[in-house]
Design a protein around this ligand. Structure first.
Ligand code: HEC
Ligand code: HEC
Length: 365
């Protein structure tokens, strides 16, 4: 009898220990924010965040830091803070920011595709399509002029945020509706308190937090970066590709003069450029478009402002023998150069960005 009791005691103790240690594992890792709204829906939709915030403040390697110092478009009144970027992350992935709760910023800017998507035109909240290709939310703070969209119609990243929210195809809320919806969600006051020192929620603070999160998405851990830091070396093909990109391909009109290292981005390109498109004339109807960063371009398909160029290979081979599309000036480079250029462009891919939890969706569905 006694032996039996001891056995039962031991088994219960073991089970209890297992249960507790499991629980501890989870509660150490995550903290579910308070949900005062009753009902399963609010609980289900609350974001799951780490107990101590992720660090969004990075010490970049010297070659990146120098470029950032010269080009950073972060306004003085909205520097990145860990709490601001955390709030921005929640807002970025919150489908409540759309009229019918089906679309978030992250629907068209997906982490796995370097915060772009993989289709020519994106689907908005009722299934209808955007008029242009989605853009990668990557290294945005290195675009000196700060202008956003293919046609640069938003003067700053902060101002940009209001557009998808109000766009009828994308999220379709008025700013008053946005403020009402966000204010009604139980997890936001605490997040706004931490980020801005007030629980007051308005569209300006929403845009500021979104911008902090977006500016924190920076690639600096690609092979290219390790080579520039002297930790690794390029293969012969990669080095030949870099030479073509920087110098040899088109005298006085190189790839680098419009896609400038180390972010392969510049708001001051050597001359305007547009893919041939009679329906869309871009910036001030001048047949020119912004180009975003070429970093992580290998993670994306459907390129250029209308998404009509399927991938890098198609672009580099355009107009050549057997090409599916006509020549794209300054972008078609001749078959003998294609493997080297591809090898080089591959070194710009920073895979850490695709899975880094601090940029991931905090709503576990
Ligand atoms: C339905 C798809 C969709 C949704 C939802 C969406 N976007 Fe976009 N995003 C796009 C498209 C398409 C473009 C390019 C539009 C253009 O240039 O006219 C774009 C462009 C951008 C740009 C410009 C990047 C650059 O380099 O100029 C930023 C920043 C951006 N979106 C952020 C956001 C934020 C923040 C949200 C949520 C509040 C959001 N997007 C929601 C499709 C979407
Ligand atoms: C005169 C400036 C200019 C030069 C030179 C140039 N580009 Fe571009 N590039 C652009 C612009 C502008 C766009 C976007 C145009 C559009 O969408 O209509 C673009 C688009 C791209 C894209 C698609 C980006 C995306 O996000 O969809 C890639 C890839 C690219 N360029 C690579 C290259 C390479 C490689 C070279 C050299 C062989 C090169 N570019 C030369 C200006 C230039």
């Amino acid at each position: 009898m006694n032996k039996f009791k001891v056995l039962i005691f031991l088994i219960s103790a073991m089970l209890l220990f297992q249960y507790c240690s499991k629980k501890n594992d989870i509660s150490e890792e995550i903290e579910t924010l308070p949900t005062t709204v009753t009902g399963a829906i609010a609980l289900e939709n609350a974001p799951i965040l780490p107990t101590s915030t992720y660090s969004y403040l990075i010490n970049f390697p010297a070659h990146i830091q120098a470029n950032l110092s010269a080009n950073d478009n972060t306004p003085n009144n909205n520097p990145i803070t860990n709490d601001g970027a955390t709030l921005g992350r929640v807002l970025f992935y919150d489908k409540q920011l759309s009229k019918n709760n089906t679309v978030s910023c992250g629907s068209c800017h997906q982490q796995q595709f370097a915060f772009d998507d993989n289709i020519a035109l994106s689907k908005g909240l009722d299934g209808s399509l955007t008029t242009r290709n989605s853009m990668a939310i990557l290294n945005l703070r290195f675009y000196k002029s700060g202008k956003m969209f293919w046609d640069e119609r938003a003067a700053t990243l902060e101002k940009q945020a209001f557009q998808p929210i109000q766009n009828h195809v994308e999220m379709n809320l008025t700013l008053a509706e946005l403020e009402r919806k966000v204010s009604a969600l139980s997890y936001y006051p605490a997040l706004f308190q931490k980020a801005f020192g007030t629980t007051a929620i308005d569209s300006i603070r929403i845009a500021m937090a979104l911008s902090q999160f977006e500016r924190s998405i920076v690639t600096y851990q690609a092979k290219y970066d390790r080579v520039k830091q002297g930790i690794e070396t390029f293969t012969t093909a990669e080095a030949t590709g870099e030479e073509l990109f920087m110098n040899a391909l088109l005298p006085n009109n190189t790839c680098a003069s419009c896609h400038t290292p180390p972010m392969f981005l510049t708001s001051n390109p050597i001359r305007p450029f547009s893919l041939n498109d009679t329906n869309d004339l871009g910036i001030n109807n001048q047949r020119r478009f912004k180009s975003g960063t070429l970093r992580n371009i290998t993670n994306r398909n459907s390129l250029f402002h209308n998404g009509s160029v399927i991938n890098l290979q198609t672009m580099l081979n355009s107009g050549g023998q057997g090409s599916a599309i006509p020549n794209i000036p300054a972008h078609s480079i001749g078959p003998q150069n294609v493997p080297n250029m591809l090898a080089f462009l591959n070194t710009l891919t920073d895979n850490t960005i695709l899975t880094d939890p601090k940029f991931s969706n905090p709503f576990m569905k």
